[in-house]
Design a protein around this ligand. Structure first.
Ligand code: SAM
Length: 242
């Protein structure tokens, strides 16, 4: 067999937080990788790394991608430029690089910035993970969408006008990236008459997870890892349903 011309880049979905929600495939590739990379928020701990920490042998190289905490795009994109250059060196030296991605890599995952920089030069494999969207529905015991329902995934930083329009046309919605936007989103859902159909979940599948109907959530300081799920027809999957 001719040796591979380069290493392979893997985008490994590691799930929403519970270490048992890691796929067998992600685990196998994680253990076999020469280099394990993961995002950290400006030198802080890496959530993605913490999910798989028990499987890291200590014998692998680790590459922390320090992503600046700012809404401006340029500093983060510079961080991905630097990380991609470092990864390219490993890949050229025929070392496989596994990038850990919270949830699923291609569902609002930052892995796509590395993918965009490296996929034309190196072989890439993306391993899907359990996304926060399905994890939140599962822990809430609330089916996301049924039959011909439409489902909208709405990032909270969108404007009120866009959010209102998208909420009006979808049967079900997930509002992600709440954080500091939470008070505005809660008021908007109330104004749309949807509070009774909305549920709030933070840190789904982790020991500290919190689940409450939005009407009872109050003025919490919502963390970044939180979302609101809405189904405008309530428990529309029940039969018979009024
Ligand atoms: C940048 S997106 C990344 C999504 C991730 N790639 C996935 O597949 O779930 C981050 C958003 O996902 C949601 N999220 C991720 N993990 C979560 C969790 N454990 N509980 C609740 N929401 C979560 C939050 O809304 C957060 O702001």
């Amino acid at each position: 067999m001719t040796p591979a011309a380069s290493g392979r880049l893997y985008g490994l979905g590691v799930g929403p937080g519970d270490p048992e929600l890691l796929t067998l495939k992600a685990l196998r590739l994680l253990k076999a990788a020469d280099v394990v990379a993961y995002p950290t928020l400006e030198g802080g701990a890496s959530f993605a790394r913490s999910i798989v920490a028990e499987h890291l042998s200590g014998g692998q190289r680790e590459l922390a991608i320090r992503v600046p905490m700012t809404s401006a795009r340029a500093p983060a994109q510079q961080a991905y430029d630097g990380a991609a250059a470092e990864m390219a060196e490993h890949l050229e030296a025929r070392r496989d690089v596994a990038v850990l991605c919270e949830g699923d890599p291609f569902f609002y995952g930052s892995f796509m910035y590395l993918f965009g920089r490296l996929a034309e030069r190196f072989p890439v494999e993306v391993v899907p993970g359990v996304s926060s969207l399905t994890a939140c529905a599962a822990v809430l015991g609330q089916p996301l969408a049924a039959r011909n329902d439409t489902l909208a995934v709405l990032p909270a930083p969108l404007s009120d006008a866009v959010l209102r329009a998208r909420l009006a046309e979808a049967d079900a919605a997930a509002i992600i990236k709440l954080g500091r936007h939470y008070p505005r989103i809660r008021a908007l859902i109330e104004a749309e008459g949807l509070t009774a159909h909305a549920r709030y979940v933070e840190r789904a599948t982790l020991p500290e997870q919190r689940l409450v109907p939005l009407a009872e959530a109050g003025a919490v300081a919502a963390p970044y890892f939180s979302m609101i799920l809405i189904h405008r027809r309530g428990e529309a999957w029940r039969w018979p349903h009024e």
